[in-house]
Design a protein around this ligand. Structure first.
Ligand code: FAD
Length: 358
């Protein structure tokens, strides 16, 4: 990512000396890449450092080339604080979806900054540079669809994201999209090969309709309203897609190429934290590169890995637990419910005791 002539050159202790006047190439103008570029520019301007030349390369030209869903940016994961630090909250507030959290449609959120120079072919960078770093399939197939505009958003979705599990091991999460539509994701345990087979099948509009009317209707039977309404209002002209939630624990980087966001640690959507991690990655990497304590690029990158690794690993493990919970059944499900019930009470009692002491 960063070009540097002499990796171990003796550098002065001034802030920003690792980046000032350098050329930095960012492959992917997604959330992590743009957060990094915006953060670095901002830190340089705040600290009076001559900014580096930053080139952002993006593969997809259409803003919603990869479909859409709404992302929740959260304070407990640090995403909201990054937006605040970068002065972006007000600008993004006008795109906020309904609900208590801060949900924004991905296609609105992604182009925070866009400065495309030349397109690069395919997303094969990690495969080429770190072929040993492979994603792990988590055993679940997720089918996603969306409704057209609804007369009124159901209260469960108006309140933010709606997540439900069923006694049959099927999971469902629905989020508001573009303020008047809903995007749903129905998931169930399946072999890895099913996803590719289904996407091939979904190319045919008739096959999509048939799958919705049979398999999705059957798997969704345990869910109460508003699910039947959402199913009925699903607009198949937006397509139906299958995906395999998968993830990978973060790897340690080797300067001068640094992987951040999903490129380093693909997150499964059940963690609900990939965009948050990507935002924090972007800011933390920029901070480390600006820190005068680091005399070499390798030292800055190592320090970035030390900070980001444990944070991301915790989020990935939480996502895996959510997958196990959402697709559990029988005794296993009962065990989860009891554990979560008791944990909820412990948290509530702790908060109550803290209140008494204050
Ligand atoms: C259904 C669903 C729901 C989710 N919900 C949430 C949520 O509620 N909260 C949350 O925090 N996260 C959520 N996520 C995860 C989140 O979207 C990702 O973790 C996040 O987008 C990762 O950001 P990124 O910048 O690393 O990657 P991306 O946002 O995917 O950006 C990568 C960019 O790089 C481009 N690119 C790839 N290869 C190349 C190349 N070779 N050259 C040039 N450009 C390239 C791509 O086109 C893309 O624009 C969800 C994901 C899914 C699928």
């Amino acid at each position: 990512m960063v070009s540097q002539d002499e990796e171990n050159a003796e550098l002065g202790p001034a802030a920003g000396c690792l980046v000032s006047g350098k050329r930095i190439c960012v492959a992917g103008a997604g959330i992590a890449g743009t957060a990094f570029a915006v953060s670095l520019r901002r830190l340089c301007s705040e600290q009076g450092v001559k900014p580096p030349q930053i080139h952002l390369y993006e593969r997809d030209e259409a803003p919603d080339a990869r479909g859409s869903y709404s992302l929740s940016v959260r304070g407990d994961l640090g995403g909201l604080q990054v937006l605040q630090r970068l002065g972006l909250v007000d600008a993004l507030m006008k795109y906020k979806e309904p609900g208590d959290g801060f949900h924004i449609a991905r296609h609105t959120f992604k182009p925070l900054v866009r400065a495309v120079d030349i397109p690069l072919p395919g997303s094969k960078l990690r495969a080429a540079l770190r072929p040993e770093e492979q994603k792990a399939y988590l055993g679940v197939c997720m089918i996603s669809g969306r409704t057209g505009p609804l007369e009124k958003l159901p209260p469960q979705i108006e309140a933010g994201q709606w997540r439900v599990m069923s006694p049959t091991g099927t999971g469902l999460f629905v989020s508001p999209l573009e303020r008047e539509c809903a995007q749903w994701n129905l998931s169930f345990r399946a072999p890895e090969s099913l996803c590719a087979e289904l996407n091939e099948r979904f190319r045919d509009p008739k096959a999509r309709q048939e799958y919705l009317d049979t398999v999705i209707a059957e798997k969704g039977k345990p869910f109460a309203e508003p699910w039947p309404t959402l199913l009925c209002k699903t607009d198949l002209s937006y397509g139906l897609s299958a995906s395999n939630p998968s993830d990978k624990l973060p790897h340690r980087n080797r300067a001068p190429v640094v992987f951040i966001g999903d490129a380093c640690h693909p997150m499964n959507p059940f963690s609900g934290s990939g965009a948050n991690m990507a935002l924090v990655d972007g800011l933390q990497l920029a901070q480390q590169l600006m820190d005068p304590v680091h005399r070499t690029l390798s030292a800055a990158v190592e320090s970035y890995d030390d900070t980001s690794g444990p944070r991301v690993t915790r989020a990935i493990m939480a996502g895996r637990k959510n997958i196990a919970l959402a697709h559990s059944r029988g005794w296993q499900q009962l065990k989860f419910v009891v554990v979560y019930f008791i944990a909820g009470w412990i948290v509530a009692i702790k908060a109550w005791l803290k209140g008494l002491q204050a």
